[in-house]
Design a protein around this ligand. Structure first.
Ligand code: AHM
Ligand code: MG
Length: 340
């Protein structure tokens, strides 16, 4: 049915309720909590240059990276909002070493993983940042929540998405029935449907990678990047290089315009840099739902069995045919190695 007029997120969720696997409204409550938290973080992001919340917090997170003040603020806001939803037993956060078991909510139905402020090194330079979320149903809510509930494969996500605090603020999410985008109307403080049924183009002309690391990428990736720069009219090469260094911003652009995002293994990060639970799984769910693909080079990201909360995996994701092309380089090289 074509959409006409203004459709708020709340209205959209009500209309879509029958498509959700849980018709009891639990997921809607979680969305309301996420929406509220995002509006609060958005407010803080918008005034970041005016008050003293820029700069490093002075503490480091579990990956040994410096936290920004806004990281800490966003982490607290999202955890509090999700804890109050009454539906979430466990919150996993990229900023916390361990899972947070919500007191008194041991038998609720959901686990939510968040990257509260992804791309936070971009705060100081006023580039787009965002919040990523990923929602799982607990296999057995009768039993008290445990770490076992947290280490589920990405293919079990019931919903995932991100808020991007960019030139405008948007929410892009999926519940497994396509991908929809909402833009925050600042005046009425409502997310309104602006990008219904997003589909990523099958082909693209953009590649996004931190090419400064080229020398330490495995050879097939180096070969693919050389291929991107070759001149060939028929395949629209050379491609354009676009890399912000803020996953949500790079992903969002490629989702709308077509492209491929790569974070290959490097010598200093042999499994890549990005985290499976907080970054790769939600983005993989979204991109697959939009008709694209997401792979580690060895398997579909959504098939990876997590062994720890802060696990990292290499990433190749975006337009289907572009991902396929990267995999041809990667697979060709493993065949060559296997034949040696
Ligand atoms: P963060 O979650 O600590 O902000 O780090 C993740 C970010 C991603 O947003 C981005 O894709 C990547 O780090 C960029 O890494 P690099 O600077 O190595 O290219
Ligand atoms: Mg991140």
């Amino acid at each position: 049915m074509p959409y006409s007029g203004l459709i708020t997120l709340e209205q959209f969720i009500v209309d879509q309720q029958s498509l959700y696997k849980d018709a009891g409204g639990s997921l809607s409550k979680i969305f309301r909590s996420l929406e509220l938290a995002a509006k609060m973080v958005n407010r803080d992001v918008r005034k970041a240059g005016l008050v003293d919340i820029l700069g490093n917090q002075g503490s480091t997170n579990v990956q040994g990276e410096e936290q920004k003040k806004l990281d800490v603020i966003a982490n607290d806001i999202f955890i509090q909002a999700l804890s109050r939803s009454g539906e979430v037993s466990v919150v996993l956060s990229e900023e916390n070493d361990d899972a947070y078991f919500v007191p008194g909510a041991e038998n609720e139905k959901y686990v939510v993983a968040i990257d509260p402020l992804d791309g936070s090194s971009n705060i100081d330079v006023n580039a787009s940042i965002g919040t990523i979320f990923s929602i799982y149903r607990r296999p057995n809510p009768q039993r008290d929540a445990s770490t076992e509930d947290c280490l589920q494969k990405g293919k079990h996500q019931v919903a995932a998405g991100y808020f991007i605090y960019g030139s405008s603020t948007m929410l892009v999410y999926t519940t497994g029935v396509g991908v929809n985008g909402f833009t925050l109307d600042d005046n009425i403080q409502e997310f309104c449907l602006s990008h219904p049924n997003i589909e990523i183009p099958e082909d693209g002309k953009i590649y996004s990678v931190n090419e400064g690391n080229l020398a330490s990428f495995p050879e097939p990736y180096q070969q693919y990047l050389a291929y991107c720069k070759e001149k060939d009219k028929a395949t629209f090469r050379p491609y354009s290089a676009r890399y912000i260094g803020s996953l949500i911003a790079d992903f969002h652009r490629n989702l709308l315009k077509g492209g491929v995002f790569l974070y290959p293994p490097t010598q200093s990060a042999p499994k890549g840099k990005l985290r499976l639970m907080y970054e790769c799984n939600p983005m993989a769910f979204l991109v697959e739902q939009a008709g694209g693909a997401a792979h580690t080079g060895e398997e579909r990201i959504l098939q990876v069995a997590p062994s720890e909360l802060h696990q990292r995996v290499p990433v190749i994701m975006g337009s289907k045919n572009m991902v396929q092309k990267v995999l041809e380089f990667v697979e060709q090289s493993s065949l060559t190695t296997a034949n040696l």
